[in-house]
Ligand binder design. Structure first.
Ligand code: CA
Length: 672
């Protein structure tokens, strides 16, 4: 597009403030000047508050100050003046703490109706996020100090991620919490199921996961915060204010301090329990376009459009944002840095990451490294529909190798285990389908190039896509699609003519997690998998009621054997760096695959290479409905540490020569 802009109009003296507006009309978004410095819109001091709002094409911007969050009429209205960087500003004298504010941005050419907006970078808001509040930063303890382990970026850590939703975890009466579905539920210790087993934060601690990944926790639009008695459920993939916690998870969404403080209390409680916190961030689209803060602040700029003017829809939700534009990129970078410093967030999971662009993702990584290089960054290496960007700039799986220390989910392993995500009846390795073995191997090595993986037989990817194994997330279930239990019920039933038994489901769940937890990628589980919950067969439960989504914690007692197995796998992984070597070269050299019949995958890990006390490890996973005989690769004596659904790191007996691996069971042998 040819670049030129028209400087139209005049200078208008405004309200006796001596300020003026220059009406600039830029023809291309690329011509918009960028805001200098931070994108934060409020700089509070007890004697005065500075407001700045970036909106280069606006004809005027008005600041409205409300006495409190419930008052209907502004007590002060100020016309702002524009700077050369397209930013409108004003300094308001006096102590504005606790006051509410919005902006009114008038842009004559905007096709969108005018609404009040709290701006794009509000950090405190009232009910439903319509109005922002003056509320000072107060970083939670320990987050301001930069990490001392800056040199440690290349060392792998035993990361085990647990994805969870507030209501799934605590809305059911059996969770026994005082604050069901709220941030505060995770500050409550001593909560138990009716059978007396730990729930909530104590359950997480018992399980031993290192990170929780929270479903969207920023302010989103699909739950009416003014009617929380309805107890509506939503996953929250519909952002409104990106830099404020969601009000429906707080005990009082009307009070701007409440959601901020309670979210911080929860993070602190998790940190004290030794659990790090990953946020699911959804910069790829907004809940609404016409009324979004992006549109109301800078109409059009933040979204991609086709040549005919229609909105891109790579999110499948009616719009896609434009990270390749400078100010959207800077918005994303500053937003994650804000969460990392103000709230002590330890990782970010990027929803539909492929909608963003590689340069933005790398800029995010670089900015987070300055705060704390151990902050995790990974995302979905795909989009719902094709983004309006060239494929070579998209952070899709195939381009992950260009983004050091940014990871992606492996659908190869997931669907290798359970069957194609496009067909609920399709079977995978777990239900005993031959031909999935190479997809499993690909997941075991962490999506890197490996001589033991035949890429011609791997599903979805023709080439390895991770440069390092820690760039691959290994999982069998997440919030999307059917739970593993539902999926196995769905695909196994038609073949066998009867419902799969709970005993078989548990065996297959154990098989799946044995592979996930011994993968050189980063293992990831979905809340309730460990106690064999289901979602009653619902595929996309984003707005299903608690009756579908809330975990019945009585299942923990019922399926205690599975829970213990998960705990055992997690403890084993954490204690043995052989399972998280971290570097592709080490994995290529020290993880080898052994010859096996159909529906069996076996691998040998030379732990000695990473100074593991387990010098030699053999993992055999048999998905057949019959026992298999397996010849060990050496004549050494091995100790079984995992056998027939039991785990004991001190040993479950010695074996030598040839072993039997029971039907639908895994076997792990070690040599010290
Ligand atoms: Ca909300």
């Amino acid at each position: 597009m040819q670049k030129h802009f028209i400087i139209a109009t005049t200078m208008i003296a405004m309200m006796g403030l001596g300020s003026c507006t220059h009406r600039h009309h830029y023809q291309s978004y690329e011509d918009y000047p960028c805001k200098r410095g931070s994108l934060r819109e409020v700089k509070y001091a007890p004697n005065e508050t500075q407001f700045t709002l970036w909106s280069p094409n606006a004809d005027s911007v008005t600041l409205q100050i409300y006495d409190n969050m419930r008052s209907e009429v502004p007590v002060e209205v100020h016309t702002m003046s524009v700077r050369h960087d397209g930013t409108w500003e004003i300094v308001v004298r006096g102590d504005l703490i606790g006051k509410g504010y919005t902006f009114l941005v008038r842009e004559a050419d905007s096709p969108y109706p005018l609404h009040e907006t709290p701006g794009i970078f509000a950090t405190a808001v009232g009910v439903n996020g319509r109005r922002a509040a003056i509320y000072p930063d107060s970083p939670i303890e320990g987050t301001k100090t930069k990490t001392k382990t800056k040199t440690n970026t290349k060392t792998a850590e035993p990361v085990i991620i647990y994805e969870m939703h507030y209501r799934d975890m605590t809305a059911h009466a059996s969770a026994g919490v005082k604050h069901p579905g709220k941030f505060l539920a995770f500050t409550e210790h001593g909560t138990v199921s009716p059978e007396g087993l730990a729930t909530g934060i104590d359950h997480l601690k018992e399980l031993g996961v290192t990170h929780v990944q929270l479903l969207p926790s920023y302010d989103y639009g699909s739950i009416d915060e003014a009617h929380l008695v309805d107890n509506r459920y939503n996953w929250g993939y519909d952002p409104v204010n990106y830099n404020v916690p969601e009000g429906s998870y707080s005990t009082n969404p009307y009070d701007p301090a409440c959601r901020v403080q309670e979210f911080k209390q929860m993070i602190q409680a998790l940190h004290e329990a030794g659990i790090k916190v990953v946020m699911d961030v959804v910069y790829n689209h907004t809940y609404d376009v016409a009324e979004s803060n992006f549109t109301q602040t800078v109409p059009g700029y933040f979204y991609r459009t086709r040549e005919d003017g229609s909105l891109g829809n790579a999110s499948g939700c009616g719009n896609e944002t434009a990270s390749e534009r400078e100010m959207m990129r800077r918005f994303m970078v500053e937003s994650v840095c804000y969460w990392a410093t103000e709230y002590g967030i330890d990782g970010f999971r990027f929803d539909l990451m492929a909608i963003h662009d590689i340069e933005t993702m790398k800029a995010i990584r670089a900015a987070l490294d300055k705060i704390n290089p151990t902050i995790l960054t990974y995302g979905e290496g795909w989009a719902a529909e094709t983004p309006l960007t060239p494929v070579d700039i998209q952070p899709i799986k195939a381009n992950v190798h260009q983004m050091p220390r940014i990871g992606a989910f492996s659908d190869e392993l997931r669907d290798g285990l359970r069957g194609s995500c496009w067909n609920d009846k399709d079977e995978g390795f777990l239900s005993g389908k031959a031909g999935c073995e190479q997809s499993i191997r690909f997941g075991v090595v962490g999506a890197i190039a490996h001589p033991g993986v035949d890429m011609t037989k791997v599903n979805y990817s023709q080439k390895p896509w991770a440069k390092q194994p820690t760039q691959m997330i290994a999982y069998a279930s997440c919030h999307d699609d059917m739970m593993l239990t539902d999926r196995l019920r769905s695909c196994v039933r038609p073949k066998r003519g009867k419902v799969i038994s709970d005993e078989e489901l548990m065996r297959l769940d154990m098989l799946a997690q044995t592979i996930v937890m011994t993968s050189q990628g980063i293992p990831f589980i979905w809340n309730g998998e460990e106690i064999m919950r289901d979602k009653k067969g619902v595929h996309n439960s984003f707005c299903s009621p608690d009756a579908v989504n809330a975990i019945d914690w009585s299942l923990k007692a019922k399926n205690k054997a599975l829970f213990d197995y998960y705990c055992g796998l997690i403890a084993m992984r954490k204690a043995h760096p052989a399972f998280w070597m971290g570097k592709a070269d080490l994995v290529r050299k020290n993880v080898t695959f052994l010859d096996t019949p159909d529906c069996v995958v076996a691998y040998r890990i030379q732990g000695e290479a990473v100074k593991d006390s387990w010098k030699d490890i053999i993992v055999v996973v048999n998905a057949n409905r019959h026992d298999v005989r397996f010849t060990l690769p050496t004549t050494n004596n091995y100790t079984a540490v995992l056998k027939d659904g039991e785990i004991n790191l001190n040993g479950l007996g010695e074996v030598q020569g040839e072993v039997t691996v029971a039907a639908q069971r895994a076997l792990i042998l070690i040599k010290q």
